[in-house]
Design a protein around this ligand. Structure first.
Ligand SMILES: C[S@@+](CC[C@H](N)C(=O)[O-])C[C@H]1O[C@@H](n2cnc3c(N)ncnc32)[C@H](O)[C@@H]1O
Length: 222
C-alpha cells in the first residue's frame, strides 16, 4: 500500500487533506441536538472542536496529539488513552474520522458500537484497501478529482496541507468487503458507502433495546 500510495502522490503543493474534506460531510450527519459526543482517535481535535453537543469528549492514544489538542480548547474533555481499554461510558454520538483502520477491525468496531448509547449514532469515515474492480473504477474518478481539488486549493492558497507531520498514520487498512462483512455482524443495518478520495462511510443507529438472553436462557430486552 505504501509503495502504491507513493506512486499516486501529487507534488507537495497540490496535496490536501481528504479527512478535512469529509469532516464537513460527517458534521452534516449529526442531529441538530446532541447531548454527549465522543470522537475516537481525535488527533489534533479539529473534528471534536466542531461538534455541536452539550458535552464533547475526545480520545487519542498519542500523548503528543492530546497535548496539542488540549492547548486549543477547554470546551472538550481530552483523554490520552487507548480507546480499546480506557473506561469511557456511552455517548449519544460516537465519531471516528480516519482512525478505525488504526485498530483491529472486529475489535475496533465492537468497541465503537459498545460506546454508542442505545438509540445513539455511530459515524465512521474510514480508509479502505483497494482490492476489487469497483475500487479501481472509483479510482478512475478519484485520481483526476484529487488533482483538480489540489490545484484549486493551491490556487486559492489552501493547498499543501495533507496532514500534520506529527500525526500518527498507518499504511494498512482492511478491504471494503471485509468491512461490510464485519459490520453486518457487529453493527447490523449500518449504511456503508464508498466515497471518492479513498474513503468510505459507515453510519449506524444503535438499537434502542438490546436483546439478550437472561440467566434462564430466555430472550429479554434490556
Ligand atoms: C490518521 S489519525 C486521524 C486523526 C483525526 N481523527 C483526523 O482526522 O485528523 C488517527 C489517530 O488515531 C489515533 N489512534 C490510533 N490508535 C488509537 C487507539 N487505540 N485509541 C485511541 N486513538 C488511537 C492516532 O494516535 C491518530 O491520532
Amino acid at each position: 500500500m505504501r509503495e502504491k500510495q507513493r506512486k499516486l502522490q501529487l507534488p507537495e503543493k497540490l496535496r490536501w487533506s481528504h479527512n478535512e474534506w469529509y469532516r464537513r460531510w460527517l458534521l452534516r450527519q449529526l442531529p441538530s441536538q446532541v447531548g454527549s459526543a465522543l470522537d475516537v482517535g481525535c488527533g489534533l481535535g479539529d473534528l471534536a472542536r466542531s461538534i455541536n453537543a452539550e458535552e464533547v469528549t475526545a480520545i487519542d492514544a498519542s500523548a503528543r496529539m492530546i497535548e496539542r489538542a488540549r492547548a486549543t480548547s477547554d470546551d472538550v474533555r481530552w483523554i490520552h488513552g487507548d480507546v480499546l481499554t480506557q473506561e469511557l461510558g456511552r455517548y449519544d454520538v460516537v465519531t471516528a474520522e480516519a482512525s478505525l483502520h488504526h485498530l483491529p477491525l472486529r475489535e475496533g468496531l465492537t468497541r465503537l458500537a459498545e460506546l454508542t448509547k442505545p438509540g445513539g449514532l455511530l459515524i465512521v469515515i474510514g480508509l479502505y484497501k483497494m482490492a476489487t474492480p469497483a475500487d479501481r473504477a472509483m479510482e478512475l474518478v478519484t485520481l483526476p478529482a484529487n488533482a483538480l481539488v489540489g490545484l484549486a486549493k493551491a490556487l486559492n492558497g489552501t493547498g499543501g496541507k495533507p496532514h500534520d507531520a506529527e500525526m500518527p498514520v498507518v499504511m494498512t487498512a482492511p478491504a471494503l468487503p471485509e468491512i461490510r462483512a464485519v459490520a453486518a455482524e457487529i453493527t447490523p443495518g449500518a449504511r456503508i458507502r464508498r466515497h471518492v478520495f479513498w474513503r468510505y462511510s459507515l453510519v449506524w443507529r444503535a438499537p434502542k433495546f438490546i436483546s439478550s438472553t437472561n440467566d434462564f436462557g430466555l430472550s429479554s430486552d434490556v
